[in-house]
Design a protein. Structure first.
Length: 272
């Protein structure tokens, strides 16, 4: 019994250090973030009432204000990327709009307005959507909560459930009641549900290498250099999506939605 208690105590110590190291999730200066977000929203609203070059400059300013929250305040939020995408869309920079919509899609996969705006940006450029991964429909059918709850909250729920699991295990050292055993099974199922959903999103964010052309246009070449032949007569437009296969110095080897393997200059594209 003492060995089991010692083992559980050791686990709680590890969890305690993990929770302390996990504080970065909540370390954002909320007052500063709210102020900048409010300013960015005001700038965006102001831009909607303008036309031409004035509208473009105002929307780019709004995009920069939203991006400050990502780059400087380190806020990882799908709705924030959605706002960045909207600002770039209204500024006429569809490449960066699609880029930010795609980043947002990984964080808030079930947000309907996001899907609509992303499809509209692709339609404006007459670009096809990339093929869905083989597991996309499986996830949507089985893990429905994956699309109902955003990534940040699924991560937080999983963390809380993981701590709750160890709490129940700790209680079971002293009490083996049937209800507690049933509760353990229920908590295990919830850990599996939210844990698998969180890990799927984490895998897509960290290991699925995709990108978007953010330059106005760029040429696809047969090799990593300007001396290589162009694959198409016409350049690829900004907003073209692709999967990254390999990289070599200033070039990325990518697979286009049509399946073609080409090389693109890194300065013309951006990784999701």
């Amino acid at each position: 019994m003492m060995n089991r208690k010692t083992s559980i105590l050791g686990t709680w110590i590890v969890l305690g250090f993990w929770l302390l190291n996990f504080q970065w999730v909540f370390a954002v200066d909320s007052i500063e973030a709210k102020r900048i977000f409010s300013e960015a929203q005001s700038t965006f609203s102001e831009g909607l009432n303008k036309i031409g070059a004035e509208k473009q400059l105002t929307m780019l300013k709004a995009a920069n204000q939203f991006e400050y929250m990502v780059n400087t305040l380190n806020i990882e939020n799908g709705y924030l990327y959605f706002n960045i995408g909207n600002a770039y869309y209204e500024a006429g920079d569809l490449g960066k709009a699609i880029l930010n919509y795609r980043i947002a899609e990984r964080l808030i996969p079930g947000y309907m307005d996001l899907g609509h705006n992303l499809d509209q940006a692709r339609a404006d450029l007459n670009l096809p959507a990339p093929e869905k991964s083989w597991y996309a429909d499986i996830i949507k059918g089985i893990f429905f909560w994956h699309y109902m709850i955003d990534y940040a909250n699924r991560r937080l729920v999983f963390l809380c459930l993981f701590v709750l699991l160890w709490l129940v295990l700790t209680i079971m050292i002293f009490q083996r009641h049937t209800l507690i055993k049933a509760g353990l099974i229920f908590v295990l199922l919830l850990n599996f549900a939210f844990g698998s959903s969180y890990l799927i999103s984490l895998y897509e964010i960290k290991f699925v290498h995709a990108g978007v052309v953010t330059a106005k246009t760029t040429f696809a070449r047969r090799g990593p250099g300007l001396s290589y032949e162009k694959l198409f007569e016409q350049p690829l437009p900004g907003g073209t999506e692709f999967n990254i296969v390999d990289d070599q110095e200033d070039w990325w080897k990518v697979q286009l939605p049509g399946g073609e393997m080409v090389w693109l200059k890194k300065e013309d594209i951006w990784k999701i």
